[in-house]
Design a protein around this ligand. Sequence first.
Ligand SMILES: Nc1ncnc2c1ncn2[C@@H]1O[C@H](COP(=O)(O)OP(=O)(O)OP(=O)(O)O)[C@@H](O)[C@H]1O
Ligand SMILES: [Mg+2]
Length: 506
Amino acid sequence: MVDASAHVELRGIGKAYAGIPAVSDVNLTIAPGSVHCLVGENGAGKSTLGKLVCGAISPDQGELLVSGEPVRFHSPHDAISRGLVLISQELSVLPARSALENVFLGSTSTRAGFLLDHATMRRRYDELVARTGFDVPADVQAGELNLASQQKLEIMRALARDASLIVMDEPTAALSREEALGLLDVVRDLARSGTTVVLVSHFLDDVLAVADTVTVMRDGRHVRTDPAAELDADAIVTAMLGKLADVSFPVKKPPAADAPVVLETINLGRADVVRDASLQVRAGEIVGLAGLMGSGRSELARLIFGADRATTGQVMLDGRALRLTGPRDAIKAGIAMLPESRKLQGLHLTASLQQNIALPHLRSLSTAGVVSRRQENERTLKALERFGVDLSKAGHPAESLSGGNQQRLLFAKWLLEQPQLLIIDEPTRGVDVGGKRAIYELISELAAQGLPVLLISSELDEIVGLAHRVLVMRSGRLTAEITGPDVNESVVLSAVFGRVEGEPAA
Ligand SMILES: Nc1ncnc2c1ncn2[C@@H]1O[C@H](COP(=O)(O)OP(=O)(O)OP(=O)(O)O)[C@@H](O)[C@H]1O
Ligand SMILES: [Mg+2]
């Protein structure tokens, strides 16, 4: 029977990788012009289901119907020409092309098949900027843009393709809170104008704010689909996990009063991006770096890690000035950093999980220059186990892990050896509720053992819940230090937005 009210219908859909099912026997109807959210734990099959819905991958089993008609796509392009577009979880901008080119690549033909001329593209680009509120300059090279801007390009590209159905896989993961709220408005606008949106998100508040319908996935299976109006966050989490989750933070254990300063930066700076940054982090102390997207938080972290060259100032570790010509020097000095972009900075996606973990540590895993395979094998397996990664996947490529599990892999990689200093940029991006708590416990446990931690997060509750002390950045400068009982959301938020105590809100 054809369901006339379905934009896309899945019947008994299944998809396996190397014989292991990622999605099994899913029956699902997506109504035209609706906002349909997919939620579930890391590895539950959300991304796979999203790709199946929009024809980006083909099912091994079952049938896909678009507007009541059975279809089989032979390439993602096939699906795009039917108006089905995917914004994938791992970004795919072409770094050497301009922002504008990235938005219109692949859609440089108009409906009638002509190439768009530059002036038309420029006009449509400006329209997209106006519509989304995303202020990404058209002519800048995409590779120069930060993660959030690259994410915006992906979204603009999907809009430029005049899709009838857009699957957005965690589109707000890299965005600031205001940008994320702006995107939710875009989603509502799209639905109002008749476009179907399938949204994958771990932010249940966002889901509840924007969804017409919510589908919960668990272990590759469909658990339930309900009108959003009949759900609340507890009901969703319970369906996701099969139980209620604990998303509180571990009790803070402040560092000893005489804990030594381990990291000190003195007037550290780079061009206009970071200016005169002087800070200290003591043994066992978690220092949170708060600030808006683009305030220079990640950039400061990259200077300390040697990923970018500082033009002024110094990084001192245990009282010694470091000469940082690249991350290799920082790693050698004992600095570990979990970067914000897994794909671009963190993992070799085609290398195995074990290879990924071993890579930065080959020196310590070898004797007289020869890598001990047995040692490498044992230690990397132990690291995977510690961070809750499925050991049966140890030899599989990193790209076969779900987004959230790639984050766990990064922890395993950088904490194989005890570092002197840990820098973490967005530790729980894309991690599900259960996984978040595990990472919070891990961070606080590492600090309790004496490790100094510099923590960057756009999620304010994370900074406030974990940090002993908070430094606020604005426009490349450290502008405030918040300690003790002042480490709470309202004080930090005021500092982030630059309101001064006692002044009325803008
Ligand atoms: N290309 C692939 N090769 C091998 N296995 C894969 C591949 N893509 C996904 N999988 C596996 O399929 C399962 C579902 O993965 P999927 O990416 O759909 O999860 P997800 O719900 O999107 O998780 P997350 O919230 O972490 O993004 C996982 O066990 C994953 O390891
Ligand atoms: Mg995913």
